[in-house]
Design a protein around this ligand. Structure first.
Ligand SMILES: Nc1ncnc2c1ncn2[C@@H]1O[C@H](COP(=O)(O)OP(=O)(O)OP(=O)(O)O)[C@@H](O)[C@H]1O
Length: 324
């Protein structure tokens, strides 16, 4: 893999397996073998400084595990993560701001915490000025610093999480479903805030969502995941204009308000298989309208020579779009 000069994060052949075996005594009695779950199964992507890469896919496809690998909460089972930035300046924003904000702390203390950790010698007056500034930056008032998290709405709580993340002077933010607990109108406001902050502070985002319509206006590059793998990765406009993988097309079909209605809308059928015993060949073949014999037997590889633009699908490689 060649490093582009502006890459801040390079993820290469990343794997994370979990041992999900029954306790050893049960295994012994019931003569059951060990079981391994492949949550992340050979993923690679690059994120350029100042850009947003979105990971999209249904629940359980491995998005959060990648977030935890990138932030160091999990160790990889294989592959590599190269971060060309300051590790201390990597912050995370979670889906549920209520769970991630200490309910017994006033908001000012919550926001000040990363600042105090980063620069323990900062005088109190300076900390408090900075907290006021951060509250204003995210659209809240300095007086809000005196309140507790439960006194705020969901959107406001997410603004508090963002202010707390910014207090750590981040250059890279991992955002795991940051707006999926919010109402649609509030979602848009928080997403716009994140976009504005990205521009003003030259932030890089790894943005995780199950919803393509959310990442459409956020991401420069979208990676679509299925069962621990990236099945397609493309710049956002290209992915929407010309989705290559049948799974991406199915995901696009589930977006109700896409301006140009697609002629061949088809509902997403079937369940995501278990990552403990994934289907043979291409993991998507049992749900794929374009699957043929080869898809059951062989696993499509990352086809691309070009970074952040590729598809893992035999039908796409062969240019077939006819339903079998
Ligand atoms: N600590 C763990 N131990 C065992 N299995 C795990 C663990 N963490 C995640 N998994 C499994 O790994 C797979 C990927 O999970 P992950 O949370 O990364 O998916 P996701 O795409 O983020 O889904 P969601 O949006 O529901 O969180 C799932 O099958 C999940 O059950």
């Amino acid at each position: 893999m060649t490093l582009r000069p502006n890459a801040i994060l390079e993820v290469d052949a990343l794997e994370r397996r979990f041992d999900v075996s029954a306790p050893w005594l049960n295994r012994l009695i019931e003569r059951k073998p060990r079981k391994t779950l492949r949550a992340v199964d050979g993923v690679d992507f690059t994120i350029q400084r100042g850009q947003t890469l979105a990971l999209v896919g249904e629940s359980g496809c491995g998005k959060s595990t990648i977030a935890k690998l990138v932030t160091g909460l999990h160790a990889p089972s294989g592959g590599s993560i190269r971060f060309h930035g300051d590790r201390d300046r990597l912050q995370m924003i979670f889906q549920d701001p209520f769970a991630s904000l200490n309910p017994r702390w006033r908001v000012a203390r919550i926001i000040a915490e990363p600042l105090r950790t980063l620069r323990p010698d900062t005088p109190e007056a300076e900390v408090s000025t900075r907290v006021d500034e951060l509250l204003r930056t995210v659209g809240l008032a300095p007086a809000d610093g005196l309140k507790f998290p439960h006194e705020f709405s969901g959107g406001q709580r997410q603004r508090i999480s963002i202010a707390r993340a910014l207090a750590g002077e981040p250059e890279f933010l991992v955002c795991d479903e940051p707006t999926s607990a919010l109402d649609v109108s509030v979602q848009a406001q928080v997403l716009n805030l994140m976009k504005r902050l990205q521009k003003e502070m030259d932030l890089t985002y790894l943005f995780i969502s199950h919803d393509l319509s959310v990442v459409r206006h956020m991401a420069d590059v979208i990676a679509v995941m299925y069962l621990g793998r990236i099945v397609e990765i493309q710049p956002t406009a290209d992915l929407f204009a010309n989705p290559l993988h049948p799974y991406t097309r199915l995901l696009l079909d589930t977006i109700p308000d896409l301006e140009a209605p697609r002629r061949d809308r088809s509902p997403m059928g079937g369940e995501v298989p278990s990552p403990v015993s994934p289907p043979s060949g291409c993991s998507f073949h049992p749900r794929c309208p374009l699957a043929f014999e080869r898809c059951k037997a062989e696993r499509p590889q990352r086809s691309a020579k070009v970074h952040n633009r590729r598809v893992a699908c035999f039908a796409a490689e062969e240019g077939r779009t006819d339903v079998q």
